[in-house]
Structures are given as C-alpha cells and as structure tokens.
Design a protein around this ligand. Structure first.
Ligand code: KIV
Ligand code: ZN
Length: 500
C-alpha cells in the first residue's frame, strides 16, 4: 500500500514574497479556496508579525477555508508567536511554524550566538508555541548548509520539546540531490522520535541551481513525509519547488509508492489563477503548466502522437486539467458563457464583479475576434475597482518611421480632468513624457517588459513596469490590445501605489 505525503503549500507566504506579486486579502482568499479544492493539506497563509496585511490575511483565510490546516510563520521569538496565535484564532485546524537559522554562517553572522544557544532558543520557541497550539512545526533555516551531526542534535531537541513536524529547508538552493537525500536519511536514522512517525520531516527546497524538485524527491525517497511547495514554483529568488511537478512525478511513477491528496485535474486552473492574480507569467516551457508543456511541434513528434499519443506523451493533459476543447468566447458570448469559462479556470465571481469583468470582456471582444482563457483570466485578475486616484481618460499617439512620436493624454485625477501633450523618441516615451507633465513627481522607470498573452497580431499585450519614486520601487501592470495604452496603464498603476 502507498504511503501518504502531506502537501504544504507556501504560495501565499514564500511565493508572495516575490517583488511585484503581492496580493490583497480578497485575492489571497480566492487562492486559498482554490488550494483547498486542489486538495492541499496545509496552507501557509502568511507571516502575521511582518505586516498588518499578512495578519489580516491569516485571519480571513482561516475563516474562509475548512479542511486544510492553516499555518502561520514566526521567528523563534515570543512576540511573533503571540501574534501568530491571535491571527490563527478562527482556523478550524491551525499550525505555528517557528524556527531559527542553524548553519554556522547564520549562527555567527545573523545571531552572533553559539550552537548551544541556538538549540536553547529553538527549544524555548517550540515549548512556548506548544502552550497555545498542539500542532507546531519547527524550521532549521539553512539546514541545507548545516552539518548533519549538529542538525540532528537540533532536531532531536525540538522533537523532545513537542514539535510535530521538522522542516529541513535548503534555504539557499545549494544542495545536490544525493547530498540532500543523505541529509534526510541521516536524520531519520539518528534522531530519536522520527522513526515512530509521531514527528515527520518536511522538505523546503529553493531552486537557485535548478535542483529544487530533484532535492525534494530525494527527500521523499529518504523518508520525508511532508513537502513545502508553491504553485508554478514561485518564491524567493529562483523560487521554491513547484507543487505540480511533485504531484505529477508521484502520479506518473507509482513505483515510488507515495500518494498525495492532490486532485491533479485542478492543477492547471490553479496555475492560471495564481499567474493571473500575481501578474506573474509562467515560462512557456515550464513543466506541467507551461504553454508548450503538451505542444508537439516537430514533424516527427506530431507524426508519432497522431499514430499513438503514448509515443511522446507521458501524461494525459486532461489529468492536469488542460481542457483541449476550451471554448473561445466572442463578442456574441453572453455573461453565462463568460461565467462558465471563469469557473472552469477556478474563478468564481459575485454578480457585481462579473458585470464589471463582462463590460471589459465586451470591449476586448470588439478588438479581438476570439477571447481565450488567458484573456478572461487577465480580465478577472485586473483590478476592476474604480477607486484609483489616477485614471487614464484618453490617449492619442502619432508615430511611425521618419517622424517624431507625439502623444496627447487625458487623465482623471480624483474626478478632475487634466490634459497634456509631448513628443518623444517613440510612442511610449512620448506618452510617458506627456503623463509626467501632469503628474509632476520625480519618478524613474526602472524596468519595462511587454509580453503577448497568446498569439496573433490582435493579441492582448501585458506590460509589467517598475517605477522608482522617493527611494522605493513600485510595481505596475497593464493589459490592452494597444501596447502603448497598456504601458501607460502600467505606469499609472505604479503611481496609484505611491505611498505619498
Ligand atoms: O527558505 C526558508 O528557509 C524559509 C523558512 C522561513 C521556512 O522559507
Ligand atoms: Zn523558503
């Protein structure tokens, strides 16, 4: 019989730490409910002491979700634990995730402490958390670079203090797969209290050298029974282990003898939802959920697949929720069709929000013959609130080869109308110069990317921008069939986030 692996999703904590990917509480609830439908066991909902936004999100996610355990991150600090306990008060199943750095470099440079002092602090934190919460997970930050003998002493001490799960993060993504597997094996063999299954080991791998999935798999093979993962592998720097890769590896390789509770048919809709809400594109060749993951382009492969799909496909796209027959919407499609397409993709909107998205859908369908899933998710993810201080009223640009680009722009700023015109070395430059004549602030464009959502010259262009203002970086997003308009909207999105 297969053994059970617990899936701990940290999309809303480690994943959300990615610059520009921050979600508001409503969006986080949407993701958490989708994770529940996907079948994850534990949702790490945030780091409550870090900000009022994280604190509130843990509260609201706890209220919204029923089956998964809701977990809150803390440092090995009593105040952190107090705040996490408060934030988890509505959770039906709760967990505190507390911990401290255990590698020599963390001990010396982060804590200016000794190895013995770190063990004392770890034990004290676990014991303190246990006073309020039965389920306490301990993380040994930078365990990947912590020597195994000392790590075993730390883990044994926190198991004795009552930790129910011990997390062994490869925080810097440094370990080789066999090294990481050997670390888990060493702990399984040398720590009293792990072999009876009362306390389980967890992996938490980062992808700095592209080995997060391989390391996680080695961890499972050597005895870890929980994995910490994110949707689309998002997370700090190069990201975390991706949930979809681990779930599908275990499904495709039954011989490993490990099962999860993941409903794999919900993987693709969940991936799309997270990507669109976070405005974080999925790389086209990403395993399982990338646009090209099931696309056979070479003649030899196409020929093979037409003869028998097993020649080049190791998984059925339907098993991950990719719907071959996805219906394309047009300007003649009604609200019900839009609602259905959103539902298939994991987004359920209330009537008021659906009306707003439908209005935008009709505008897009007028510009584009066929509106696909990526488009509707982009529309649903776009902020439909009209409460922003600065809004684009109109934009007109003249551009071309051998002429200077000229733009005139109209802005609505808290109900007042402003207009300006400027020339520039291209249409975007002209439009932003015109905008800056109205918004007279010292702001600098730091990053600017344009990406087509699917294909075709009538496609929607997505623009991501980073603007520096007053020493801080702001991230903005715009989407439009006209890329100059999308660029100006992304710039305005940044301005609307300025703190003063
Ligand atoms: O990567 C890491 O070590 C972490 C811990 C806080 C669990 O994210
Ligand atoms: Zn991490």
């Amino acid at each position: 019989m297969s053994e059970r692996l617990f899936i701990f999703d940290t999309t809303l904590r480690d994943g959300e730490q990615v610059p520009g990917c921050q979600l508001n509480t409503i969006e986080k609830i949407q993701v958490a409910k989708q994770l529940e439908a996907l079948g994850v066991d534990i949702i790490e909902a945030g780091f409550p002491i870090s900000s009022p936004g994280d604190y509130n999100s843990v509260i609201e996610i706890s209220k919204a979700v029923t089956w998964p355990t809701i977990c809150a991150l803390t440092r090995a600090v009593e105040r952190d634990i107090d705040v996490a306990v408060e934030a988890l008060r509505f959770a039906k199943h709760r967990r505190i995730h507390t911990g401290i750095g255990t590698s020599d470099s963390h001990i010396k440079y982060k804590f200016n402490a000794t190895r013995e002092e770190i063990i004392e602090r770890a034990v004290a934190a676990v014991k303190y958390a246990k006073r309020f919460c039965e389920d306490v997970e301990f993380y040994a930050e930078d365990a990947g670079r912590t020597d195994n003998e000392y790590l075993a002493r730390v883990i044994e001490a926190v198991v004795k203090a009552g930790a129910t799960v011990c997390n062994i993060p490869d925080t810097t993504g440094y370990c080789l797969p066999d090294e990481f597997g050997a670390k888990i094996k060493y702990l399984m063999e040398h720590v009293d209290g792990l072999s009876n299954g009362k306390t389980i080991l967890s992996t938490h791998c980062h992808n700095d050298l592209g080995m997060a999935t391989a390391n996680t798999l080695e961890g499972i093979i050597n005895g870890a029974r929980q994995v910490e993962v994110t949707i689309n592998g998002i997370g700090e720097r190069a990201g975390n282990t991706s949930l979809e890769e681990i779930a599908m590896i275990l499904k495709c390789h039954k011989g490993i003898g490990i099962d999860t509770n993941i409903n794999t048919q919900k993987i693709y809709p969940t991936s799309r939802l997270v990507s669109s809400l976070m405005n974080m594109p999925v790389q086209p060749n990403k395993a399982i959920v990338g646009r090209n993951a099931f696309a056979h382009s070479s003649g030899i492969h196409q020929d093979g697949v037409l003869k028998n799909v097993q020649t080049y496909e190791i998984m059925d796209p339907k098993d991950v929720g990719i719907d071959d027959n996805s219906i394309l919407l047009t300007a003649r499609s009604g609200r019900a069709a839009l609602k259905h397409r959103l539902h298939v993709n994991g987004v359920d909107l209330d009537e008021e929000k659906l009306d707003k998205v439908y209005e935008k859908f009709l505008q897009l369908a007028d510009q584009k013959k066929e509106v696909n899933d990526a488009d509707v998710l982009m529309l649903a993810g776009a902020d439909t609130a009209d409460a922003h201080a600065v809004r684009l009223d109109f934009l007109q640009v003249t551009t071309g080869k051998g002429v200077k680009s000229v733009a005139s722009i109209g802005l609505d700023i808290s109900g007042q109308k402003f207009e300006a015109a400027a020339s520039g070395n291209g249409p975007v430059d002209a439009a932003i110069k015109a905008l800056k004549k109205i918004i007279m602030k010292q702001m600098t464009l730091k990053e600017f990317t344009i990406q087509a959502i699917s294909k075709g010259s009538d496609d929607v262009g997505k623009v991501h921008m980073q603007v520096e203002y007053n020493g801080s970086l702001y991230y903005g997003f715009g989407a439009n069939t006209d890329i100059v308009t999308a660029s100006v909207e992304a710039y305005i999105d940044c301005i609307n986030k300025f703190k003063n």
